[in-house]
Design a protein around this ligand. Structure first.
Ligand code: SF4
Length: 351
């Protein structure tokens, strides 16, 4: 019999499966509770289900479909999982500890088709979308790394892949994360990052604009954007900003614009002025990420002086600016780096 991933079915279809076996609707609630609140790792731990039902569930469903290829921990509390998928692909997800916050960063695709030139995840192109269950499994596996007294507080969808290219599977997974009888993480603590795909941005807005949106600009003008974000050839900055504004109008939530700072490419004072003019009077946070060196890529981290100048110019224009901590550097926490390093070790470049 083909075993299916329980986390792909943890909605009406599990209830229907239980009902076909004469089990009451409360059984589905018990299973949800074991998974989300009690952090069960195995059907056998679900001791308020009868032994026969636990065995039937185990015969029909797999609770986990991935294996941990590597688990790395940094001194600052950051933990990163490199997960192996059933079909041989690999993805990454990260747990970040910052005072009382417990933030996780998850992936939505194996590889990425957007091809941003500075990104390890996009170097090998897109393999496939992750299923809803595989997205949810990352969340639950990271939750299981927490101590009993710790609680997940935030989710950022900024790992491997372009989240808006896989909305069909991402949205149901986030629904589970935000439901009261799921993980109960408020939608305003969930951030979805996009390179700027106008149609899916519209769909996300029409689906209720519940989540925070972070739009990766990385460039203050079309010429630089085309150079470093190939998808920019098809979509103008004006279109992206119009969709971002529409999302903001519906959600009323502050927008975030991401900007990877690359030495000698987009880190000059003139670029900061141009970016500030582009964003105008929007209520926005500019999240600046000084480039994190990736082996095999020719880009460099801007000097501290260049970073300071960039920040001050944006602030002088009245923008809210945050330079992202480089938490977890020692464990390759930038998206795609751990996977790439591991694959290179298995199959060194050039062979
Ligand atoms: S930065 Fe994001 S969108 Fe761009 S290639 Fe990497 S994972 Fe894909």
């Amino acid at each position: 019999m083909r075993v299916s991933h329980l986390l792909n079915s943890i909605d009406d279809s599990l209830a229907a499966w239980l009902s076909a076996r004469g089990q009451g609707a409360y059984r589905a609630k018990q299973i949800r509770q074991w998974l989300f609140a009690r952090r069960a790792g195995d059907f056998q731990e679900m001791t308020d289900l009868g032994q026969a039902l636990r065995s039937e569930l185990a015969a029909e469903f797999a609770l986990w479909t991935m294996s941990v290829v590597r688990h790395t921990q940094a001194e600052d509390g950051t933990e990163k999982l490199l997960l192996g998928l059933a079909d041989g692909g690999q993805i990454e997800c990260v747990l970040l500890r910052d005072e009382v916050r417990r933030t996780i960063c998850i992936s939505t695709q194996v590889g990425c088709g957007m091809g941003c030139v500075f990104c390890a995840s996009g170097l090998d192109g897109l393999e496939r979308n992750l299923t809803r269950g595989e997205i949810l499994e990352q969340i639950l596996r990271l939750q299981r790394l927490l101590k009993a007294e710790e609680r997940l507080s935030h989710i950022v969808v900024m790992g491997m892949g372009e989240p808006l290219a896989n909305l069909d599977n991402l949205l149901p997974a986030l629904e589970e994360a935000s439901r009261e009888d799921g993980l109960g993480i408020s939608a305003r603590r969930i951030t979805i990052s996009t390179v700027g795909l106008p149609k899916p941005m519209r769909r996300l807005a029409e689906a209720g604009a519940r989540y925070r949106l972070a739009v990766s600009l990385h460039a203050p003008n079309e010429a630089i954007r085309r150079q470093i974000v190939p998808v920019g050839e098809k979509v103008s900055l004006a279109e992206i900003l119009a969709e971002a504004d529409h999302y903001f109008d519906l959600s009323g939530r502050q927008l975030t614009f991401e900007y990877v700072l690359l030495a000698g490419i987009n880190d000059g004072a003139e670029h900061a002025h141009e970016l500030a003019r582009l964003l105008g009077r929007r209520t926005a946070l500019v999240n600046v990420i000084p480039f994190n060196p990736v082996s095999g890529l020719p880009y460099r981290t801007p000097s501290s002086a260049a970073q300071q100048t960039f920040r001050h110019i944006l602030e002088d224009h009245g923008l809210a600016v945050r330079f992202r901590h480089k938490k977890g550097d020692a464990i390759d926490a930038a998206c795609g780096q751990l996977r790439r390093r591991t694959l290179q070790q298995i199959s060194p470049v050039g062979t």
